[in-house]
Design a protein around this ligand. Structure first.
Ligand code: SF4
Ligand code: SF4
Ligand code: SF4
Length: 367
């Protein structure tokens, strides 16, 4: 993949070329104390100089004098709410003179270019593609958004204290699934295309030939991001979690867990949902709505008159064993891409690496 160089002063040209090509440009900005993805009016909205400090139960942004726009790692969300919406209107029913009339709610999709996605975000997108698109009946709402997606990914130049994508082989480099790939350097950006659409866009940018020194700077900062990582037990070890269903650690974590579901909401791979039927007071019109759900809610395990997981220990066990072990049977990989969001956004700082390690402790003696 040949890389060109776009100086920092010329970087706004990327916004202009994407806009001219008809894309709504969605990118990161600072809002309400976090980095969130919003429609951008220009690149001046990017989080220039901002970095995050994260640890279990903690996320705080700090402004530095730096000029980099992507020197942070993750905010609470990236792509997930744009493709798998927290509230999706599915269909409506109306009582008419001719009887009940059903209508599917059309999905409004437009070409969107997302800028600033990381390797872990693209790995999560790949999992969601498998779940929402590769079944017998693809999800038409997800599919409509997905087909219009253009991705400008960024290789991470640092990793946050909660990142562990090296353990899951999903980062810190973005390797697949992007249209354009950036490496941000002090003076500008290395730019490469990853698709025909990406090539069309970068052909319109005022790129210079990348210098050997710039390529080596990009390589070094990627290596630095790699060395800062925490370690999750490997997938073979994680499969053993399902042999630990009576481990006392489930009770230990249940005494700290609030069952708030934050970890599942911020997780870029979690896809559980529920449906609600809403009707008007006259009983003439009704609507079916799909909402994000969480395995931490009691009602999520309600089946034919019974809640099957009344205890928080059972719900945490469901989440961790599915995410890290049984997910492997469904998708041939763990459901964790190592982004660390569930750790920093857990209000009581429960750390899934520590929990997995505690649950697997002594496994060699037991097997
Ligand atoms: S389980 Fe946690 S670290 Fe893993 S992908 Fe989900 S939010 Fe990220
Ligand atoms: S988990 Fe890896 S790819 Fe994701 S933000 Fe952190 S360093 Fe980057
Ligand atoms: S582990 Fe943390 S974020 Fe998840 S449900 Fe429990 S308290 Fe909430």
């Amino acid at each position: 993949m040949d890389k060109g160089f776009l100086s920092r002063q010329q970087f706004p040209a990327l916004y202009q070329v994407l806009s001219k090509a008809g894309y709504e440009v969605i990118g990161p900005t600072v809002k309400d104390g976090a980095i969130v993805f919003v429609p951008l009016a220009g690149f001046e909205q990017l989080p220039t100089g901002w970095q995050e400090q994260v640890s279990p139960g903690h996320y705080q942004l700090e402004q530095t004098a730096g000029q980099r726009c992507f020197y942070w790692n993750t905010g609470p969300q990236a792509l997930k709410p744009w493709l798998f919406k927290p509230e999706q209107h599915l269909w409506q029913a109306e009582q008419t003179a001719a009887g009940l009339c059903f209508r599917q709610t059309p999905e409004q999709a437009q070409p969107r270019a997302f800028i600033g996605l990381r390797g872990c975000d693209l790995a999560a997108l790949n999992i969601h593609d498998q779940h929402f698109l590769n079944g017998v009946l693809p999800d038409p709402y997800y599919q409509a958004q997905r087909q219009q997606l253009f991705i400008v990914a960024v290789n991470c130049a640092r990793s946050a204290d909660t990142c562990f994508c090296v353990s899951t082989s999903d980062g810190p480099a973005a390797t697949v699934g992007f249209d354009i790939l950036l490496d941000e350097l002090e003076t500008g950006f290395l730019v490469a295309s990853g698709s025909d659409q990406g090539e069309v866009i970068i052909q319109q940018l005022p790129l210079a030939k990348a210098q050997t020194k710039q390529l080596s700077e990009a390589k070094q900062q990627l290596q630095a991001a790699t060395y800062q990582q925490r370690v999750m037990p490997d997938e073979q070890q994680l499969l053993k979690l399902v042999d630990r269903l009576d481990h006392p650690q489930w009770q230990d974590v249940a005494e700290r867990c609030l069952a708030c579901g934050n970890c599942t909401l911020v997780c870029p791979t979690c896809f559980c949902s529920k449906q609600e039927s809403h009707s008007d007071v006259k009983g003439q019109q009704a609507e079916q709505v799909r909402l994000w759900d969480s395995c931490f809610s009691e009602q999520h395990s309600y089946i034919v008159g019974k809640v099957f997981r009344p205890e928080i220990s059972q719900r945490y066990r469901q989440w961790l064993t599915h995410k890290l072990a049984t997910w492997q049977q469904q998708f041939e990989r763990s459901g964790c891409v190592g982004c660390g969001r569930c750790i920093s956004w857990c209000p009581v700082g429960i750390d899934l690496i520590e929990e997995a390690q505690a649950l697997l402790q002594g496994e060699a003696d037991d097997d």
